[in-house]
Ligand binder design. Structure first.
Ligand SMILES: Nc1ncnc2c1ncn2[C@@H]1O[C@H](COP(=O)(O)OP(=O)(O)OP(=O)(O)O)[C@@H](O)[C@H]1O
Length: 311
């Protein structure tokens, strides 16, 4: 079963801006899914459509097999959304916010669950203050608690860690990881790509409303991320036309202190490391030092989105 099956989803706002263009995306149940994209890519538009605050221009979304736009009441109980914008009644306390939100979902206030949420989100000492007395980071954590009040099966977080310090960010992620281990599907947007790479098992990248890629994180890093063999000769190497032709399959690039060559895969998933190393040694001699540098998610993200901009 998939948590979300999004088919042909598009959104053109009334000012003519197309924020999402025919997006097809599947979010497997139980996944920890990163939805990434540069500013203005369309991430919040997509999330707001799932949260029923923005209407799609066209397309269909199934949530755990039910049509999100037709079975709204059923679906609403299963989704918890942490929006990017923070808005609370300033005279409510965090505890009152959670009680009120429970009512909106037709649930009885579950004070023991509220206490657990306050504890896990470091709001225990602040739960009876007015929300206007809370800091930006505390309010953002209260948004997370509010989204979890009705124990949703799919939690959607739109940049939940913006303005949250490193320590609390770690704790928030460890809480999300625990929820995910209990079977809850997590879909998040973030600009912290190192965190997304560490936490998420699936990733999708959108840019200018178009879905560029969506796949399991490991597959993405294995198939799209490239590795380079960097040979240090302690001096600049000038690549001649002959060098460039002989090493063409490694796309060689001169660096400050040597040369870098792109690695590929041989049969049996073996790296071309040895072939590249020997080819370089046969042309330039043995290096002083050598190392392999692999692209991380941020490198892949920048490469894919730069390509989209150029096209
Ligand atoms: N209500 C609206 N009316 C018109 N255009 C809008 C509206 N909301 C968003 N847009 C435009 O749609 C595009 C996508 O915006 P969206 O907020 O979905 O992007 P995002 O990926 O969430 O960006 P960010 O990372 O900055 O939050 C942007 O060009 C934005 O200016």
């Amino acid at each position: 079963m998939n948590a979300l099956e999004i088919t042909g989803l598009s959104k053109t706002y009334s000012n003519g801006k197309t924020a999402l263009n025919n997006v097809n995306l599947t979010v497997p149940q139980g996944s920890f899914f990163a939805l990434l994209g540069p500013n203005g890519a369309g991430k919040s538009t997509l999330i707001n459509m799932l949260a029923d605050t923005v209407r799609p221009t066209s397309g269909k979304v199934n949530l755990f097999g039910k049509n999100l736009f037709l079975d709204r009441a059923w679906c609403k109980k299963r989704i918890g959304v942490v929006p990017q914008e923070i808005a609370f009644d300033p005279f409510f306390t965090p505890r009152e916010v959670l009680r009120f939100t429970s009512g909106l979902f037709g649930c009885k206030p579950d004070e023991a669950w509220f206490d657990e949420l306050f504890e896990r989100l470091e709001l225990k000492e602040h739960c009876n203050k007015n929300t206007r007395q809370l800091s930006g980071g505390m309010r953002r954590r209260l948004l997370v608690a509010q989204a979890l009040v009705h124990r949703p099966e799919l939690v959607i977080l739109d940049e939940p860690t913006a303005g949250v310090d490193v320590e609390l960010r770690r704790r928030l992620w460890s809480f999300m990881r625990e929820l995910n281990e209990k079977g809850i599907t997590i879909l998040l947007t973030t600009h912290y790509l190192d965190e997304a790479e560490e936490l998420c098992d699936h990733v999708a990248i959108i840019d200018q409303g178009n879905l560029l890629t969506a796949r399991p994180m490991r597959e993405m890093m294995r198939e799209i991320a490239s590795s380079h063999l960097c040979l240090n000769y302690g001096r600049a190497i000038e690549l001649t036309d002959d060098d460039l032709a002989a090493l063409a399959s490694f796309e060689p690039r001169a660096t400050e202190d040597g040369v870098c060559m792109k690695l590929g895969r041989l049969e049996g998933d073996r790296s071309t490391f040895h072939v590249a190393y020997e080819a370089a040694v046969s042309r330039f001699g043995p290096p002083v030092d050598a190392g392999v540098r692999s692209e991380d998610l941020e490198d892949v993200f920048l490469r894919l989105t730069a390509k989209e901009k150029a096209s």
